[in-house]
Design a binder for this molecule. Structure first.
Ligand code: SF4
Length: 942
């Protein structure tokens, strides 16, 4: 609590104007968490004490998993606020705006408190309250029948925000279904494929705090991707003297704080990066020793330059030649960035050497056809400068993430689900989730039981009206439950809406690659923990949550138990307690086992604190497993593991003699080292995988001209490139609607438009513009700003929420009431009846709403654009911008789903389908979520 020598309640006016003598404690000391005293801010200037019990949990409002501390008022028993947990190794007590806004979500008067079942036709919005028993029995029967009849590709779990590290994988594998579907291909598959081709791991873990030069192709100090933990460390690096460069056609907050803002034409970023690589090569600024040891140059020389001597010098000559076409002058012409700037940044990168940190996530890698080459070109700079695995550089994400193993691991499933992994996309990093409605329309399958879980595809995905058409169709989806903490546009079209806990109402473990360390964070249901601490017996978290809000972990245990009550399907055993044989596991036992058995160092640390490992985590909320994790590729393979291994003569990789399959590492100058998790165990500059899978022209880092290539814009026709991939850092993808503070801060998504373009279009700030895509148009307000490159317009997502009924559906803090009309077959019009308005509720703030428009739902007008390699939806659009027409209204959206299906088919033609070598659906070395047995990778004779 604040220490203030002035104990008088009545402060004199002189005191008010003096500098404060109070000593503010940064954070409540841990030993006082059970009984913390603060003055009640609302009673100011009187000093009224309030006593709190502080319980740590983990934020659920993005994937960063920052620590939170819930302040539970000892008088009322209510959570009063949530602030940062100072013991959390990544967030260190700090949060972004979205963390503390968890309190809004808990107290949202609009939230769903009981399970709902539809009573009219799907999408008509007629609901009745039902029981959890009815929900569980209905789904258990449906799933059980599918399993017994071996329809193991008809049960699908589709996740937006996972919030855990693998909990559901275990459940789905216990059921034996290939049913994991994610949102990743509308999010980050582009970058993931680029990184995975280099190093196996699909992400970098930049060590920003120790970097000397930081290059970012993401906005807002990496909005939304480990946002707060990374932002802290980028600023630390900057304060220690690091320079920052941002590549973004839009002046993001990050760009505004950077030393260099490079604003290229969208889609040309890979050319820009390769020009920097070319400068480093031409000026001989590379780290030769690192490249010689760790790039797979021998493989390239042997395969592609057999007539040349296989020497490192010959290789260097060759790559200089290959990238010589990417001159700064060429890049300036292609990208629209000055050649001197390209040279200057390249030299800065080289000067930083092993302390060069970089990152691309979403952004250019998710906007463009071939966006995966952006990540590959960026990592090329790290490889050339030897800044991989180093202090101040980047490491494979897997080095800095700790995934704790649970008490039982079911065997991998034996099936392959082609509606999630169609054979056209063998290299797709994740499931082709955004194509699901098109694949179902094409008759490639149907779903018996479908769970959308913290996922809102109608609103988040491109082509949402096609989702509406398929979600309404019971012949394609028999039974659909939306597991969600908040109303969504998708939930409206479900059969069941099942309320799930917020960040302070559920259990999960998470870990992320926020810096050069490994840690875990524990999310826990605050009220349950406190009540149990007082000795109360609680069987299920919903008993302590408001209404009948369940936590998902318990839902999946209960459902699994009911699918296989006797154990005959082999499922039940995975949900029996490791402590009470034959009995159903409790959620406390699940985490107790993990903390006792799977987290190195935790039991010892807990013992020192005289706590059980579970109680230690309940009281601390997070645990640092390892610090200073660098250089793992150079780890020597243990002598014991070397026994019986053999070294492949050509590649020098180490294989165990027993199976001849699994590679252990690679011999580097006589030393057996672990290397990277690629086929060569080196950084793969040259990808034989790309050749084997029919993309020989992309064997090396390269440049693919985007589908929104600026050369093809017809400026006379007012063609522009629309960048829709950025968001406001205060909003959560699809779950801000129940956070009033966040909407108070950010509630509109105007079209960014350069003054030159505004003059050409005769529009000014506040005017309405019509933005036409290939399947329709949307009507939005214009914001004229120098912060966007001429020829490019940009519109933030995360806004434009809507609901179809006055008092029900998407939260009224955020949504417009709309009329959704089917104008003809496949022709849809969404029009606002009224915008966001004040409303009466038990929260008086709801009558103080001052924002009105709430944004425009642009994603509805985007057709699907699956990248033929990465499977990523390529978000950028070529659009026509014009002043709105007389009948246009703010927020209007018109789309044609017949046309969107045609475009889906056109993009399908770009694919180069499996099989690849050995009749495989996908390279065996590529990671895959919820991986099936190897045999399932082989395409059969069907
Ligand atoms: S960065 Fe993400 S996890 Fe951290 S406080 Fe913000 S929303 Fe929560």
């Amino acid at each position: 609590m604040p220490e203030n020598k002035n104990t008088s309640n009545e402060q004199s006016s002189e005191a008010v104007h003096r500098p404060s003598t109070a000593k503010l404690a940064s954070y409540p000391p841990h030993e006082k968490w059970d009984d913390w005293v603060e003055y009640d801010s609302r009673s100011w200037p009187k000093k009224v004490e309030r006593r709190y019990s502080l319980v740590p949990t983990t934020c659920f409002n993005c994937e960063a998993a920052c620590g939170l501390l819930a302040y539970v008022d000892q008088d009322t028993g209510e959570i009063q606020k949530l602030e940062g947990n100072p013991l959390h190794p990544a967030s260190r007590g700090r949060n972004c705006a979205k963390g503390p806004a968890t309190i809004n979500q808990l107290h949202d008067p609009e939230r769903i408190l009981f399970p709902l079942k539809r009573v009219g036709p799907r999408g008509e919005g007629q609901w009745e309250r039902t029981t959890w028993d009815e929900v569980l029995d209905t789904f258990a029967e449906k799933i059980r029948n599918a399993l017994i009849e071996n329809r193991r590709d008809q049960v699908v779990y589709h996740v937006g925000r996972p919030g855990h590290d693998g909990y559901i994988d275990r459940v789905l594998q216990a059921w034996g279904v290939d049913g994991h579907n994610s949102h990743t291909n509308i999010c980050s598959s582009g970058a993931r494929v680029g990184y995975a081709l280099w190093q196996g791991a699909d992400r970098p873990s930049p060590d920003y705090a120790n970097a000397r030069f930081i290059l970012l192709l993401s906005s807002h100090l990496e909005t939304g991707h480990y946002f707060n933990p990374h932002a802290q460390r980028i600023i630390e690096g900057k304060m220690a003297g690091a320079k920052i460069a941002v590549i973004d056609p839009r002046l993001s907050n990050t760009a505004s704080a950077a030393n260099y803002w490079l604003s290229p034409w969208p889609g040309t970023e890979a050319a820009l990066l390769l020009a920097m690589a070319s400068v480093i090569l031409r000026e001989d600024l590379l780290d030769r020793e690192f490249v010689r040891r760790w790039m797979n140059w021998e493989e390239f020389m042997q395969a592609e330059r057999p007539s040349l001597p296989c020497t490192f010098e010959a290789f260097i000559d060759e790559i200089k030649e290959i990238y010589s076409e990417f001159t700064p002058e060429y890049a300036a012409e292609e990208c629209g960035v000055k050649p001197d700037t390209i040279i200057e940044v390249a030299r800065e990168i080289a000067a930083a050497g092993s302390r060069f940190a970089s990152h691309v996530w979403r952004s250019a890698a998710s906007g463009n056809l071939g966006g995966w080459q952006v990540a590959r070109a960026l990592y090329f700079l790290n490889a050339l400068t030897g800044s991989i695995g180093t202090e101040g550089g980047v490491s494979p994400n897997v080095w800095n993430k700790f995934v704790a193993a649970p008490f039982s691991k079911p065997a991998p499933q034996k099936v392959w689900n082609e509606t999630l992994w169609p054979r056209e996309y063998p290299l797709a990093h994740h499931e082709m989730s955004f194509l699901l409605p098109h694949l179902l329309k094409d008759g490639r399958g149907h779903l018996a039981a479908y769970f959308t879980r913290v996922y809102n595809p109608v609103w988040t995905n491109p082509d949402g009206m096609t989702w509406v058409e398929v979600l309404r169709d019971e012949s394609k989806i028999e039974l659909h439950a939306a597991l969600t903490p908040v109303w969504s546009e998708t939930a409206w079209f479900a059969d069941y809406v099942l309320p799930m806990g917020m960040g302070a109402e559920r259990h999960d473990i998470m870990s992320q690659e926020t810096h050069s360390a490994q840690w875990i964070s524990f999310r826990q249901p605050v009220q349950r923990v406190l009540r149990e601490r007082k000795g109360e017996h609680i069987d299920f978290t919903y008993e302590a949550n408001p209404g009948e809000v369940w936590e998902e972990d318990e839902f999946w245990i209960e459902l699994s138990w009911r699918i296989d009550p006797t154990g005959e399907l082999g499922i039940r055993k995975h949900f029996e307690s490791p402590y009470r044989p034959g009995e159903k596991i409790t959620i406390g036992e699940y985490y107790r086992w993990i903390f006792e058995n799977s987290v190195p160092g935790l039991p010892e640390k807990a013992k020192k604190a005289e706590l059980s490992p579970l109680e230690f985590m309940r009281r601390n909320g997070a645990f640092a497993v390892k610090n200073g994790v660098y250089d793992q590729h150079q780890s020597r393979i243990a002598e014991a593991d070397l026994e019986g291994t053999r070294v492949d003569e050509q590649s020098r990789i180490l294989k165990p003699a027993a199976t001849g399959e699994q590679v252990l590492g690679v011999m580097i100058e006589g030393e057996p080292l672990k290397g990277f998790v690629t086929p060569s165990r080196k950084l793969e500059f040259y990808s034989k995988t790309m050749i084997d899978w029919k993309w020989p022209e992309h064997a090396l880092p390269g440049y693919v001209r985007s589908h929104v290539n600026w050369h093809e814009l017809d400026s006379k026709n007012n063609d522009y490139i629309l960048v829709p991939t950025f968001r406001l850092p205060t909003l959560i993808h699809t779950r801000s609607g129940n956070a009033k503070w966040l909407y108070e801060i950010s509630h509109t998504n105007p079209l960014w438009c350069n003054p030159k373009d505004a003059a050409k279009l005769s529009v000014k700030t506040g005017d309405l513009a019509r933005v036409s895509t290939d399947i329709g148009y949307f009507v939005v307000r214009v914001w004229v700003t120098e912060g966007i490159r001429p020829g490019v317009v940009a519109c933030s997502h995360h806004l434009g929420r809507w609901r179809l009924k006055q008092d029900e559906g998407t939260d009224r803090w955020a949504s417009a009431l709309v009329d959704l009309e089917e104008l003809g077959e496949g022709r849809w019009r969404l029009r606002q009846i009224e915008g966001v308005k004040p409303f009466k509720s038990e929260d008086p703030d709801s009558e103080r709403i001052f924002w009105q428009e709430g944004g425009v739902h642009q994603n509805l007008t985007f057709p699907v654009h699956p990248d033929p390699v990465s499977g990523m939806h390529c978000w950028h659009q070529r659009v026509r911008v014009e002043p709105a027409q007389p009948d246009d209204k703010y927020g209007d959206v018109i789309v044609d789903t017949k046309r969107s299906h045609e475009i889906y088919r056109e993009w399908l033609q770009k694919a180069r389908p499996a099989p690849g070598p050995d009749g495989l659906r996908r390279p065996l070395w590529f990671s895959r979520p919820v991986r099936p047995v190897d045999e399932a990778y082989v395409i059969g004779d069907e």
